[in-house]
Design a binder for this molecule. Sequence first.
Ligand code: ATP
Ligand code: ZN
Length: 297
Amino acid sequence: MKPRDRLRIAMQKSGRLTEPALDLLNRCGLTFRQSRDKLFLFGEGEPVDLLLVRDDDIPGLIAQGVCDLGIVGRNVLSEFQLTAGREGPALSEWRSLGFGRCRLSIAVPQEFDYREPAQLQGMRIATSYPGLLGEWLRTNGVDAGVVTLAGSVEIAPRLGTADAICDLVQSGGTLVANQLREADVLLESEAVLTGPEALPTDERGDMIDLLLKRLDGVIQVRESRLLLLQTSRSALDAVIRLLPGGPQPTLLPVAGQPDQLMLQALCAGEVSWRQLEEIKKAGAREMFVLPVEKMLA
Ligand code: ATP
Ligand code: ZN
């Protein structure tokens, strides 16, 4: 294959992961020129292009070297690793991205009193994830039939083609609508950034390094808040004790008020009204909670 000097990222063309993945890449400073076929989006600022494909094709495209990185559900990546055999480079999960959360679960008819995997012995289980299900059955020493279906797995029990299913669950609404209930969890999934275990050593490797650093900045601060407040020196200890978790706060002098300090703290999550009121009672005032957009440590 011809060496490339531009990085190529594969992501889902249209589906649950499309919007949040594009949004994440935008936050990392990557913007793309819309092309008419929308299969290939040319990167405008940085030498990074996007390939828009079905999510199931993403691991294979990376394994073949067509793309350098991909954004895909852990469920799809793990299934690929279990079923694709050993040809091509091994894929790594470089980062968890915090969206597209769901579970790969066993679901059984509502009247089935499920307590343990052994009860599935001899049953037929419908799934689009034969690799992951097969491994789970083996690990649990259960001998069950695996019925591989490309889609509409949840109606298999009603159609009589399976006794139970193994499928993705988010809220459980689809299961209830099909008179099924979640019985056991095989895999906790979310969108991940995947790529070959050995990253390219040319310019693309440098670009991946840069992208990972920016991603870390975005992911780390996505939930973070910057808390700003004023406090007297005498109340400082009490105020600090009440600060929501995070690294050490920064203290700054306040011009003309030697007994006052300005405090700045990065908090790991939401700061509630209740917390603010408690901190205020301890002696703080002029409090601000700001969302954080970018961070470069
Ligand atoms: P295509 O194959 O055309 O790209 P798809 O139908 O396989 O689309 P989606 O339904 O958009 O894909 O799901 C993409 C990913 O979103 C899943 O692989 C999974 O990681 C994640 N996901 C999150 N919640 C759910 C859910 N309730 N059902 C299915 N997938 C979910
Ligand atoms: Zn798919």
